[in-house]
Design a protein around this ligand. Structure first.
Ligand code: ATP
Ligand code: MG
Length: 562
C-alpha cells in the first residue's frame, strides 16, 4: 500500500503516515465523527466532518457517524435528524456505519463491572459539591473520598442497585480509582457514571444511570475499531484518561489526536450559545441565514463545495486561532463566480422615463448570462420607455468622481443604450426625487456597430412594465464585535441591523420562473439564493449570500504589497 501523495498534508496525516510505515493498526485508517445531539451543527463541526471523512477518503479508509448520546436531558431526535441531514448535505456518506453510544449502554455497563472487579472503580456517596471540593486545584492535590476503599463486593452490589433505580439522582456515582494527587485533574478519580432518572430519546426508561462522555467515548471508539480518534484541543488533557481506561480494560486501543477548533469572527460558535439565540428569539431559528450553523449557511445559499473548500483551505493546526468570516465569503464567491447566471435586479427602484423612446414599443435585447462563462448562454431582456434604476445610482448634486447618473450626465444602461438625464421630477410635498426624465441615443445600442462613444458609468436596470416584483433579504454580521464571546453576556453585542428586508425590488422578467434553491448573481449587488422555504412563484424571496465586495481578497492584496 502506498500513501496518496496528491493530497495536501498536515500533522494528522503525518502521524497516520508514521503509523502506516510501522504497520500499526494493520495500516488501516478508520475515523469517526461523534456529535452530541444537543443542537444543530455549526461550521466548526463542518471542519471536523471534513477532517474525519476527508482523511478516511484520502487513505481509502472508513469513517463512522456516531451520536454521542449520553446526556438524555439535553438531547433530542430533532437534533439527530438535523445532524444526519447536514452531514449528508455536505456530501459525506457513512454508508451503513451509523452508530449511537446508547447502542453500547450494556457493554459500557459490563466494562464498568470489569473495572470494579479489578479494583479500578468504586461507588462514591459524596455529593457533587463535595466531589468538587475533594478534587483539589491545579496547585493543591485532591483528597481521597472516605468511600474509596469499599470492597469489590460492596461496589458491585451498589452499582447494580444504582442501575436498578434504587437511589435518587445525585445520591451516588461510580468513579475510576486512579490518583487523587495527579497533576492532571482529569485523573483525580473521574466520575464514570451518574444517576439520572431521565427518559432517553432512544433507550426510553431502560436506564437510570448514564455514562460520562469521557468514559463512553474511548470504549465506543474501541468497540468500533477506530484507528485514529480525532478531536479538538480541549481534549488533550483528557487523553491520559482515554488511554488509562482502555489499558485498564485491556481492550483494542485507538490513537487520540487533537487539533485546534475553528473559531470564526463576528459570531459565537458553541451549540449552547447558539441555542440561547434561538430560544431567546434573537434569530428566526437554527436555520436563520445569519447563523453559523450548517443549516443556516445552507438556507442563506452557501454551497457544500464552498464550505468544504473553506475547511480545506483553513488547514489543520495545533494552535487555536480565529478565521475571518470574510474568508468564508471569499470561498463562496469563488465557487459561484463562473457557475451563477448574472441578471439584473433593482433593489431600491427609481423610475426613469425615456422621453424620445417610442411609447408602447418594446425591444428585446440579447444579454449573456455570464461574460466569463459563455457556456451559460444568454437571455432576452425587454427594453421600453419606462425603466427602473437604483436610487443610489442617481445624485442631483454629485461630487466630481460620481460616474453614475446626474442632471445633464450620461450613463450606459447595461446591454442597452446610453441615456442622458434631462430633468428631475420631485414630490411636491416632500421634495423627494420620484422620477427622472431622460433621453436615449439610438445609435449606441450595445453589441451593435462599433461603439463610437464611451461613457464612464454603466448601470443595471429593468424595464418597468415587464418587471417581476420580489422580496430581498440582506444580511450583515450577527454580532458587531469581532469576538462577541469575550463578553459573558454576548447577546449585548448583537448587531441590530443584521437583517434588512426590501420588499419592492424589481427583477428582469426572466426571473419569474426562478426556482427555490437556485443561485444568481444580481449585477453589482452580489450573489443571491432563492429562499427554499419562503419563496413562491408570484412572490419570490431572495437571500443575499454575499455582496461582491471581497474584503478578504483586499486584505491579502494589501498584505502582499507591504
Ligand atoms: P459545541 O461546544 O459547539 O457544542 P462540542 O465539541 O461540544 O461543540 P460535539 O457535538 O461534541 O460538539 O462535537 C462533535 C465533534 O465536532 C467533536 O469531535 C468536536 O471536537 C468537533 N468540533 C466541535 N466544535 C468544533 C470546532 N469549532 N472546530 C472544529 N471541530 C469542532
Ligand atoms: Mg459537547
Amino acid at each position: 500500500m502506498t500513501d496518496t501523495n496528491t493530497m495536501t498534508t498536515n500533522f494528522i496525516k503525518n502521524i497516520i503516515n508514521d503509523h502506516r510505515r510501522i504497520n500499526r493498526f494493520d495500516s488501516r485508517v478508520h475515523t469517526r465523527f461523534p456529535p452530541e445531539p444537543n443542537g444543530y451543527l455549526h461550521i466548526g463541526h463542518a471542519k471536523s466532518i471534513c477532517i474525519n471523512f476527508g482523511i478516511a477518503g484520502d487513505y481509502a479508509g472508513l469513517c463512522n457517524l456516531r451520536f454521542d448520546d449520553t446526556n438524555p436531558t439535553k438531547e433530542d431526535v430533532e437534533y439527530v435528524e438535523s445532524i444526519l441531514e447536514d452531514v449528508r448535505w455536505l456530501g459525506f456518506d457513512w454508508q451503513e456505519r451509523l452508530f449511537y453510544a446508547s447502542d453500547y449502554f450494556e457493554e459500557l455497563y459490563q466494562c464498568a463491572v470489569q473495572l470494579i472487579k479489578n479494583e479500578k472503580a468504586y461507588v462514591d456517596d459524596l455529593k457533587a459539591d463535595e466531589i468538587r471540593e475533594y478534587r483539589g486545584t491545579l496547585t493543591a492535590p485532591g483528597k481521597e473520598s472516605p468511600y474509596r476503599n469499599r470492597s469489590v463486593e460492596e461496589n458491585l452490589d451498589l452499582f447494580r442497585r444504582m442501575r436498578e433505580g434504587e437511589f435518587e439522582d445525585g445520591a451516588r456515582v461510580l468513579r475510576a480509582k486512579i490518583d487523587m494527587a495527579s497533576p492532571n485533574l482529569n485523573l483525580r478519580d473521574p466520575v464514570l457514571y451518574r444517576i439520572q432518572h431521565a427518559r432517553h430519546h432512544r433507550t426510553g426508561d431502560k436506564w437510570c444511570i448514564y455514562p460520562m462522555y469521557d468514559y463512553a467515548h474511548p470504549i465506543s471508539d474501541s468497540l468500533e475499531k477506530i484507528t485514529h480518534s480525532i478531536c479538538t484541543l480541549e481534549f488533550e488533557d483528557h487523553r491520559p484518561l482515554y488511554d488509562w481506561l482502555l489499558d485498564a480494560l485491556g481492550v483494542y486501543h485507538p490513537q487520540q489526536i487533537e487539533f485546534a477548533r475553528l473559531n470564526l469572527s463576528h459570531t459565537v460558535m458553541s451549540k449552547r450559545k447558539l441555542r440561547q439565540l434561538v430560544e431567546g428569539g434573537y434569530v428566526s431559528g437554527w436555520d436563520d441565514p445569519r447563523m453559523p450553523t450548517i443549516s443556516g449557511l445552507r438556507r442563506r445559499g452557501y454551497t457544500p463545495e464552498s464550505i468544504k473548500d473553506f475547511c480545506d483551505r483553513i488547514g489543520v493546526a495545533k494552535a487555536n486561532s480565529f478565521v475571518d468570516r470574510a474568508f468564508l465569503d471569499h470561498c463562496i464567491r469563488e465557487d459561484l463566480h463562473l457557475k451563477a447566471p448574472r441578471v439584473m435586479a433593482v433593489l431600491r427602484p427609481l423610475r426613469v422615463v425615456i422621453e424620445n423612446y417610442p411609447e408602447g414599443s418594446v425591444e428585446m435585447l440579447d444579454a449573456e448570462y455570464n461574460a466569463e462563462n459563455p457556456e451559460l448562454g444568454s437571455r432576452q431582456m425587454p427594453f421600453s420607455q419606462v425603466v427602473y434604476i437604483e436610487q443610489d445610482d442617481f445624485m442631483e448634486d454629485p461630487p466630481k468622481k460620481f460616474f453614475r447618473l446626474a442632471p445633464g450626465r450620461e450613463v450606459r444602461l447595461k446591454h442597452a443604450y446610453i441615456i442622458k438625464c434631462e430633468r428631475v421630477v420631485k414630490d411636491e410635498q416632500t421634495g423627494e426625487v420620484i422620477e427622472l426624465r431622460c433621453t436615449y441615443d439610438p445609435d449606441t445600442r450595445s453589441g451593435m456597430s462599433p461603439d463610437t462613444r464611451k461613457v464612464k458609468g454603466t448601470l443595471h436596470w429593468v424595464s418597468a412594465e415587464q418587471a417581476v416584483k420580489a422580496e430581498v433579504r440582506l444580511y450583515d454580521h450577527l454580532f458587531l464585535k469581532e469576538h462577541p464571546e469575550e463578553d459573558a453576556n454576548f447577546t449585548t453585542n448583537l448587531n441590530p441591523n443584521s437583517l434588512e428586508v426590501l420588499t419592492g425590488c424589481m427583477l428582469e422578467p426572466v426571473m419569474t420562473g426562478a426556482e427555490r434553491g437556485t443561485r444568481y448573481q444580481f449585477l453589482r449587488h452580489g450573489y443571491f439564493f432563492v429562499d427554499p422555504l419562503d419563496s413562491q412563484t408570484g412572490a419570490l424571496v431572495f437571500n443575499r449570500i454575499v455582496s461582491l465586495k471581497d474584503s478578504w481578497a483586499k486584505i491579502q492584496k494589501n498584505k502582499a504589497q507591504k
